[in-house]
Write a protein that binds this ligand. Sequence first.
Ligand SMILES: [Zn+2]
Ligand SMILES: [Zn+2]
Length: 266
Amino acid sequence: MVSDYKRGLLLMFANYHTHTYRCHHANGTEREYIEKAIASGIKILGFSDHVPYYFPKGFYSSFRMKFEEVQGYIETLQNLRNEYIKDIQIFIGFECEYYPDYFEQTIKKLSEYEYDYLILGQHFIENEISCIASGSPTKDENILQIYVDQTIEAMKTRKFTYFAHPDIINYTGNLDTYTKHMKRLCMCANELDIPLEINFLGISDRRNYPCDKFFSIASEVGNKIIFGCDAHNSFAIGDSATLSEAEKFAERHKLNVIDKLLNNFD
Ligand SMILES: [Zn+2]
Ligand SMILES: [Zn+2]
């Protein structure tokens, strides 16, 4: 089904990138985000809080829920989905890194729960234990290459519905090298029909993403692009100033922005 929503009205049709207090660095309950979304005219709201990860014993990741907390997250959203069924469509998901050593076990454990989708958000290079944050500035081509290889491998697992802030990698070396690698990422996403996100938190927080050099490649490749609030508080939902900047950014790069994901995660 194709939406009849017209872009450029400073309204968002769908947002699939929403966090909650459960990840320890966002504020607000699920209900607060849902009510803000309805008030803002959003028709589809997807929750994608930071996924619990299966790490070796003794390693603690501070910015995600624990596996024991997943059931509460899902039950809360299932109840709210029914309660608000007339006003908004709600999907249940997670934002998830691809850490090759621990991904399979993570997915296996997650399969015990009824969730709809995963978005890829690669916050660290290799594994989180290495502590190389993707957003730290680097001139090292090797880091860029690992990021691209790793996220291509991630997309090829077919587990991810879309790719959040694909341009989080903060390579500050020369443009040709950047383009050589990031083009591989864009081509792969295009082949596998995985939309790339323009990340609103990056815009409002003035981060290194969304970045022009990346989206000019995505424009040339013809990638599908999707807007994502990456909301860590309910005010980020329906934030028209950021949406307006995102619209201008997309227009400037002549991007193919889609309003919603076409499948219903089946
Ligand atoms: Zn977060
Ligand atoms: Zn996020």
